[in-house]
Ligand binder design. Sequence first.
Ligand code: C2E
Ligand code: MG
Ligand code: MG
Ligand code: MG
Length: 280
Amino acid sequence: YQGKRGTNGIVVYSGATAGQPHQWLVVQAELRHALERDELILHYQPKVALPGGDVCGVEALVRWQHPERGLLPPGEFLPAAEHSGLIVPLTEWVLRRALADQLGWTATGHDWALSVNVSARNLEVPGFAGLVLDLLAEAGIPSHRLVLEVTETALAADADEAARAVAELSAAGVGVSVDDFGTGYTNLSHLRGLPITEIKIDRSFVTDVVRDPESQAIVRSVIELAHGLGSRATAEGVETEEVRRWLADAGCDEAQGYLFSRPVPWTQISAQPHLEGVSR
Ligand code: C2E
Ligand code: MG
Ligand code: MG
Ligand code: MG
């Protein structure tokens, strides 16, 4: 319970109220309706190849077009979705919607890969890998054009079911990305033997990388780790040209961030966002 009591005794909630247990119940009930009423939407943030800057993929990021509260970011409702198990139908909705959108951009001549975030909870549900492969087959999209982003903690959880799901998906050609790398609870031994195709360097290390020697050491090591494991290194949260240049010089493969584009509907993504100066 972290709501602040105002001077009149009324409890004032901050934006983080979705984290409060009783508030979760409200969010849960509303979210169930939101799924039925199609109130969720997907925005996409491009991933660009370094140093060139061409878009090589897009990441789907869910938002909730709430009838009263406006457009809500995932931090406002994902904790409640995970807590309640609604994350299972939510992820299925995201996958269906995103694969349909991918057919749209493919039809307009773009071969961008699609990245979708999945929660630890999803990986633990038996049959998750089969569902993903069925959805790909239904859409007629080759599995190598889908990447699932999973946090370190989800991968490190000693869940056999999760490990099996990741193995089955990667054997079928689906990419596996470790999201927010460096912030979780890193047991590097968990990375051994995992079929990882990408490591995403957390924004907290990227932001100060031009000036902070410790961030530089960490980012360089993660790039080397990614390459040593045979995967790509992608930097999150690139906001300035000097950060982009530093990362390109350090051998980082791909980048994402407001410098190139904020998350937007896919129809607003241009093929070379930083060259065309879209949505800075
Ligand atoms: P993430 O997967 O690490 O996504 C990156 C987040 O950083 C996004 O926030 C994005 O808008 C933001 N971002 C990107 N570039 C920059 C930048 O240059 N500067 C700054 N300050 N921020 C940047 P968003 O959309 O609020 O998503 C937050 C998190 O919610 C995501 O982190 C992801 O973990 C989760 N999420 C989003 N969509 C889904 C989904 O469909 N399913 C699941 N399970 N999780 C999702
Ligand atoms: Mg992500
Ligand atoms: Mg991330
Ligand atoms: Mg992040």
